[in-house]
Write a protein that binds this ligand. Sequence first.
Ligand code: SF4
Length: 235
Amino acid sequence: MPWFGSGGRGRILSVTEKLAKMYSLFEARYGDLKWWPARTDFEVMVGAILTQNTAWRNVEKAISFLRTHRLLSVTEMHSATKAKISSLIKPSGYFRIKAERLKELTRYIIGKSGGDIRKMKKMDPGRLRAELLLVKGVGNETADAILLYALSMPFFVVDAYTKRIFFRHGLIPHDAAYESVQSLVHSNFPKDVRKYNQFHAMIVETAKRYCKKSVALCDECPLGKLYRGDDLTRR
Ligand code: SF4
């Protein structure tokens, strides 16, 4: 299993140094990935629900149908019927469940801010997270995607790709819980919205292109240098 940080000829890197090195190697390769791909904060939230258990290309189709039918606003979606939302988001799969979740989310946003997402950005992040987790169908990953990408709050988003890459690089055990992976980053990496945004986006990009489930294409990957155990302390 790949392990980086022993440094080959160098010293063992701390977790803080490993994360910083990963980030800088990613950034050198990808630059700004301009996440989250959405036109509005509410569209980010909709995407965070629709992307559950499906590929992003399916989400894009569903979002384009919602846009065509002018449902990409909190109030419009809140007043639309579940049947109508379901019919438009069919490409994203689990459409009845997801329609219910979108309705629940809009109900929460309206109750919290009257539908004004800008107001939510000024609210207490920890409290919002706790409340979002009480919305039906919103788990850790969805809540953090909403907090980070829609509300610009510093919560690192953990997904299966993050766990795969961190595990392959010896940062976490294979069965690490969501909270422990997030806490590893929160405690060892700058708590910065832009960096959390980019870090997650670059992890997703890397897992899709190189660090696949069944094969790791380390020679082509931006983290390949780490995998080979080069002397990272001199780079
Ligand atoms: S593919 Fe990249 S991220 Fe995955 S183990 Fe190899 S070097 Fe690491």
